[in-house]
Ligand binder design. Sequence first.
Ligand code: ZN
Length: 127
Amino acid sequence: MAREVWGVRQVAFVPKVRMDLDCFRPEFLRLVWVFARTAPPLNEDVMMITSVSEGRHGENSRHFVASGLDVRFVDIQGQPRPGGIVGTSEQDRHNKAREWRDRAQKLGGPGIQIVQEGDHLHGELDW
Ligand SMILES: [Zn+2]
C-alpha cells in the first residue's frame, strides 16, 4: 500500500506577524512543526502563519500568551495565495483543511488543540 506523504518544509509569515521571544520555546515550536509536518499540498509549498498575537481574538485567547497561532488554508476569491490548500473547489479545500486538522491533532496529541475556523486552522497549547 502506498504511503501518503504529508507536509511542507517551509514556513513563512504574513508581514504583520511578530513572534514574541516566548514563542521560541519547545512546546510552541513543536506546534508549528506539527502543522507543517501534516500539511496537505499548499500553494508555493509553503505554510503561512497569519497570526500569532496580532489580530482580533477573544479576550482570553491563547494568542495573547504566546500559546496560539493561525495557519492559512484558503485563497481569497479563488486567487491562489501562498499557503492556500491546493484543491479543485472551495469545498474540496475545506475538506482537505478538516483532514489536515485531524492529522495535526493526532500527531500533536494531548496538550495541543487544533480548530478549523473560517479561513484558517487555529492551534493552541493547553495550560
Ligand atoms: Zn487563532
